[in-house]
Design a protein around this ligand. Sequence first.
Ligand SMILES: NC(=O)c1ccc[n+]([C@@H]2O[C@H](COP(=O)([O-])OP(=O)(O)OC[C@H]3O[C@@H](n4cnc5c(N)ncnc54)[C@H](O)[C@@H]3O)[C@@H](O)[C@H]2O)c1
Length: 434
Amino acid sequence: MAKEKAAVVGLGYVGIPLSALLASKGYDVIAVDVLDGKVDDVNAGRLPLKGHEPGLGKLLSKVVKSGSLRATTSYADLRDRTAIFICVDTPIDANNCPDNSRLEDALRGVGMNLRKGAMVVVESTLAPGTMLGTAAPTLARESGLELGKGFKLAHCPERVMPGRLLYNITHYDRVVGAHDKTTAKRAMAIYSKITRGKLHPTDLVTAEIVKTAENAYRDVQIAFANEVALISEKLGADAYEVRRLVNTCPFRDMHLPGAGVGGHCLPKDPWLLAQSGMAANPKLIPTARAVNDSMPFHMLDLAHEAARAAGKAVEDSVVVVMGASFLQDSGDTRNSPSVPVAESLAGSRELRVHDPFVQEIAGVTVAHDVQSALAGADLAIFMVAHREYQQLTPGKIKKLMRTPVVVDGRNLFSAEKMHRAGVTYRGIGKRIIS
Ligand SMILES: NC(=O)c1ccc[n+]([C@@H]2O[C@H](COP(=O)([O-])OP(=O)(O)OC[C@H]3O[C@@H](n4cnc5c(N)ncnc54)[C@H](O)[C@@H]3O)[C@@H](O)[C@H]2O)c1
């Protein structure tokens, strides 16, 4: 078969590295997005993502310069494409139900311009049942082609993570769900060029369940760690020491607790799975979501308690939220646990938010200098383990702050060292030292 002419729809955390990698492996790639700004950035060889993304900026500018990748807002440009990868965002709505509006728009745009024999691969994460229930009929209706004979369909959910986009795509195994065996082979021929990981062919609905289950599994594991952290705090133990010792037992892999779970994926993928499986009355997955969603509010409880212990009220304090993104060294603020924390602290005497990569959250302009963010503050709430925060010492914090009170949601500091330095310290899963 002649070399596929590739297209990528959706220029985000998934679509950008995929486009750049395909182009770097000799494919001619057209990328489509609805946002002019992203299309302009990509065509100028500029990476429209914030945070550390090793290697990606360079790769993007190289493939754009060489002419193997170009971006557009026009779906009509896809008419000669033979392999089209859909990477649009697939969020949930206010009732935790799948919001497929962007996916359906993308499917319509692709369907209207689909040539006979083309293969459509959906990389977006989907509520199980969406490939055959929505993708196949939409593409068939819009193109006038029949699934199987007229066009081919595959689902190869992505496993990237901000901060490791290129690494994950090029190293991780991939599950390749396909409508038939020949399509699986055809999709795998392309993926084998971009990953050294193994490729696992399967059917469409299995691939959908695998992706949502792997994230739901992680969410449940984090919720378990969070619950053990809450219990440890009440019993005066250190949850990190508990975890270390639990993991000395073979076949245990207890996760880290923390200030909350964010990002585009983990807070919604468990719901995509649970909502598709409502007939099975899932209980564990929704409960884990509730536990993880409660963690930012637990941070606030710790903040009030710590301020009281230092003889202050949060309302009268200069408060600084350290970290606005959902993940260390990333600028991704989607579903960030820092948002409910900052919103709840709006009534404090002064609210500051610091993050090296973010401009604004919850209506607050974000500061970029750590020292001035902490200077003169009465309460610092560490929500994210950014590299810069890992370099702070208890002594430095004590010196900078007016009332040295720290709440640590990411195990950045030792409770003992903070106490010795004269900082009032509370942390998720931490023992109180007084
Ligand atoms: N971000 C991650 O780390 C990650 C990891 C694994 C899987 N996923 C999944 O991959 C999918 C994409 O996630 P993302 O983080 O890249 O999202 P994103 O929001 O960063 O990017 C999506 C892009 O799609 C564009 N878009 C929306 N509707 C469009 C349309 N009709 N036509 C063309 N472009 C359109 C948006 O403008 C945006 O640029 C989601 O289903 C997500 O769950 C994401």
